[in-house]
Design a protein around this ligand. Structure first.
Ligand code: NAD
Ligand code: IPM
Ligand code: MN
Length: 345
């Protein structure tokens, strides 16, 4: 019987509502598929910050490094700057565990309608570079409070960093339709993007590489989403495209994300694409599908593909039967939807 230790950081807002939903589904699957998950619940997040002045203990990363994976809800609250909450938890985990791939599948789910009239079916994967690019630590605020006040942000794209994300995306594209769409902006005065294009082209291997300017790609995702299959994008472009594609598919509440360390030197982290949704937190109405799907991605990564597939089938079946949360135009609460998924497991 395989056993896994998973660190759970439910975090803030609706993270605390959707994470328990996913845990109950995974525990049910563990019984059926004869594995066991030892959940290490971590009370890290904004309440921890209020009590201790930091988002996690000083040795928090060392504690997580011992596990087989991290299962995250979301972090962020309206009354603490995101520079404290996100930079104190989410970003350090992604970076220190070399989770340089952020894998974000987007698919049309049964019973989930695109807000677009006559919209195409979506079935694509965004491979987002997850540790460098526009999200660099170089920069800051200058001359605060003076008339010449300014803010500076350097983007850092390394040859090794672009090469490895391009190789990962190209391999994924080769296993699907053989076409890789690269999000670029080499026409603007963005010095990093011609370099991105060059390195991506060197590592695209056998797949057909389609470099598309990010502005046009955004429109294409709305107008002809079925014309793309695997997208490789820089950190910021990939962030924006993933909420866009999820919105086109029906709701950001259904979108999952895997922060992957492909070499498996460190645990990978699984979380929904959405955030802590303070506007609906505490109401019991959040859609747990993104968290459930992230749980399925985690099971796949852990080597339990049958359990992963069963979980995906179960939430798809609940949706197909018309059990839907408010973001999808339904009336089910988080618990009611979760109960419907558990029934179908
Ligand atoms: P958000 O994703 O939390 O919410 C955007 C909108 O989508 C809101 O109207 C929300 O109600 C809705 N929504 C999101 N998830 C939903 C779900 N599961 N079911 C139903 N509706 C859902 O983005 P935001 O409001 O811009 O950010 C809120 C906070 O979350 C900020 O502090 C932000 O920095 C943080 N954030 C954290 C993460 C993370 O921890 N990985 C990711 C994104 C945003
Ligand atoms: C995401 C989030 C984060 C990101 C924020 C909260 C730092 O939007 O995971 O998509 O930009 O990576
Ligand atoms: Mn995002």
């Amino acid at each position: 019987r395989a056993e896994y230790r998973i660190d759970v950081i439910a975090g803030d807002g609706i993270g605390r509502e959707v994470v328990p939903a996913a845990i109950s589904c995974i525990d049910t699957l563990a019984d059926k598929h004869e594995f066991r998950v030892h959940w290490q619940h971590r009370d890290w997040g904004s309440d921890y910050y209020r009590a201790h002045g930091r988002m996690m203990p000083t040795d928090g990363l060392d504690q997580l490094a011992k596990g087989d994976g991290v299962f995250l809800g979301a972090v962020g609250v309206p009354d603490i700057p995101d520079t404290e909450t996100l930079w104190g938890l989410l970003i350090p985990i992604r970076r220190s565990f070399h989770q340089y791939v952020n894998l974000r599948p987007v698919r049309t789910l049964p019973g989930v309608r695109s807000p677009l009239r006559g919209g195409d079916e979506l079935d694509l994967v965004i491979v987002r570079e997850n540790v460098e690019g526009e999200y660099s630590e170089v920069g800051g605020r200058l001359y605060q409070g003076r008339p010449e006040e300014a803010a500076v942000q350097e983007s850092i794209f390394t040859r090794a960093g672009v090469a490895r994300i391009a190789r990962y995306a190209a391999q994924l594209a080769a296993s699907r339709k053989g076409v890789l769409t690269s999000a670029t902006k080499s026409n603007g005065i963005v010095h990093t993007m011609p370099f991105w294009d060059e390195v991506v082209a060197e590592h695209a291997g056998e797949v057909r590489l389609d470099s598309v300017l990010i502005d046009a790609l955004a429109a294409r995702l709305v107008l002809q989403p079925s014309s793309v299959d695997v997208i490789v994008a820089s950190n910021l472009f990939g962030d924006i495209l993933s909420d866009l594609a999820a919105g086109v598919a029906g709701s950001i509440g259904v979108a999952p994300s895997g922060n992957i360390n492909p070499e498996r030197e460190f645990p990978s982290m699984f979380e929904p694409v959405h955030g802590s949704a303070p506007d609906i937190a505490g109401q019991g109405v959040a859609n747990p599908t993104g968290q459930l799907w992230a749980g399925a991605m985690m099971l796949e990564h852990l080597g339990q593909p049958a359990a992963a597939a069963q979980l995906e089938r179960a939430f798809a079946a609940a949706l197909a039967d018309g059990v839907r949360t408010a973001d999808l135009g339904g009336e089910a609460g988080t618990e009611e939807f979760t109960a419907a998924v558990l029934d179908r497991l």
